[in-house]
Design a protein around this ligand. Structure first.
Ligand code: NDP
Length: 444
């Protein structure tokens, strides 16, 4: 089947999965040329095999809330592709979770993991459980109930989950604790664990720091310094917090952060003390970003995203499709010259088109946010060796992985006029490795 026919076919067979179609469509549009250079790929129907997950588990999760009421949620694990290593990818707890979103994330993860240079296949999981407003005890009971079903499908050499939206260190710890009880082993299945029980230093920071390291590589290609630049960041969770931390330490000025209710604009910039306030607010008290504006007397805009504010650089770090075509035009009109994605697929196809047309530096999430899964891969290595590395060692490895990913993007994405299309570069580089591995291993 031709690459262009695959999407129509998927839409017909899997209707009502718009995010999945969107992710597949973006990849297919950019890899067609590379694909056509290898007639053996078409003969073995490689693209279709690469787009459809190896398997999907779905299950009911039953748990008791603090009032003694019995609640049910849906739980899922998508094992997308394990051609280059065990399935690897996070778990998302959010009310919006459905198969379309998890299939897009698992598909993207396969290419991202391929880019990291580490031997990891792609997977993703989650639940439509919303942690918002839940007590610690409810979170624990839900995590345990979730793993009661999930545990039989995962393992250190088969499938290694981690965190994502709504799943941080606390949730990973509850899930891992339950997993160990059921599986009767201590091999470290799950990454993002606490330091006391097999976690890696720099894992919490890795996605945000990695995104800034990738941004630095992009800026270098145009001889631009990061210090002194104004940056709009969205989100205020794990990825956003450590993106802001690294940006501040390198002398950039971050003027926005957000949550699902709205965004704050601080023209003086978020400094270290203000970021500490946000970390405490979000990680300890589970508060709202609005409270930052009350604390520091700055602007808060309810129900909106920060892309109308003037900035040099945008780093979307909240969720998918949070920058639409209109937002992209606003960013460009305000002089934004670089967008580096911490979130997965935060830009709609219209936004991506606008960025590429304007020839700004634009890094898709599967390249720019690959630092998180990379350090997860390093956590797996440390667990297997029963050793732990220093923060400097892990950070050094993270920097060289991000540099390597950047080099791969340039290799496969540089156009004749010199402009680097990082979307194409990341997709083609990620695709070629998985494709070659699948070809070598036969029709499965
Ligand atoms: P967190 O749950 O820690 O934070 C998510 C942030 O985004 C919160 O501020 C949340 O607001 C906001 N948010 C979530 N959903 C929406 C929505 N529908 N609209 C607006 N805001 C929203 O998640 P992470 O920081 O871990 O993940 C953020 C993004 O980064 C996701 O796209 C994830 O897939 C991606 N990513 C994460 C990695 C990781 O290592 N954690 C690795 C690679 C990518 P609120 O507090 O109101 O819910």
């Amino acid at each position: 089947m031709k690459a262009s026919e695959v999407l129509d076919n998927l839409k017909r067979r899997f209707p009502n999965e718009p995010e999945y179609h969107q992710a597949v469509s973006e990849v297919l549009a950019t890899i067609e040329e590379a694909y056509n250079e290898h007639p053996e790929f078409e003969k073995s129907n490689l693209i279709e095999r690469l787009c459809i997950p190896d398997r999907i588990f779905s299950f009911r999760v039953t748990w008791m809330d603090d009032k003694g009421q019995i609640q049910t949620n849906m739980g899922y694990r998508i094992q997308h592709n394990n051609a280059i290593g065990p399935y690897k990818g996070g778990v998302r707890f959010h009310a919006s979770v459905n198969l379309s979103i998890l299939k897009f994330l698992a598909f993207e993860q396969t290419f991202k993991n391929s880019l990291t240079t580490l031997p990891m296949g792609g997977g993703k999981g989650g639940s439509d459980f919303s942690p918002r407003g839940k007590s610690n005890a409810e979170i624990m009971r839900f995590c345990q109930a979730f793993v009661l079903e999930l545990w039989r499908h995962i393992g250190p050499d088969t499938d290694v989950p981690a965190g994502d939206i709504g799943v941080g260190g606390r949730e990973v710890a509850y899930m891992y604790g339950m997993y160990k009880k059921l599986a009767r082993e201590n091999t470290g299945t799950f990454t993002g664990k606490g330091l006391e029980f097999g976690g890696s230093l720099v894992r919490p920071e890795a996605t945000g720091y990695g995104n800034v390291y990738f941004l630095l590589q992009m800026l270098k290609t145009r001889g631009i310094e990061l210090a002194g630049k104004t940056v709009c960041v969205s989100g205020s969770g794990n990825v956003a917090q450590y993106t802001v931390e690294k940006l501040i330490s390198l002398g950039a000025k971050v003027v926005t952060m957000s949550d699902s209710d709205g965004y704050i604009y601080d023209p003086d910039g978020i400094d270290r003390a203000k970021l500490d306030y946000i970390m405490e607010l979000k990680n300890l008290y589970r508060g709202r970003i609005r409270e930052y504006a009350e604390q520091y007397g700055c602007k808060y805009v309810q129900g909106a995203r920060p892309w109308g504010e003037k900035c040099d650089i945008a780093m979307p770090s909240a969720t998918q499709n949070e920058i639409n075509g209109e937002d992209a035009q606003k960013l460009l009109a305000n002089g934004c010259f670089a967008v580096s994605e911490g979130a997965n697929m935060p830009s709609t196809p219209e936004a991506i088109e606008a960025f590429l047309k304007a020839k700004i530096l634009y890094a898709p999430g599967k390249a720019a946010n690959a630092g998180g899964v990379s350090v997860s891969g390093l956590e797996m290595t440390q667990n297997a060796q029963k050793l732990s590395w220093s923060a400097e060692e892990v950070d050094q490895k993270l920097q060289s992985i991000m540099q390597n990913i950047h080099e791969q993007c340039v290799k496969y994405g540089q156009q004749p006029d010199g402009y680097v299309n990082y979307v194409k570069g990341a997709n083609v580089a990620g695709f070629m490795k998985v494709a070659k591995a699948m070809m070598a291993q036969g029709i499965l």
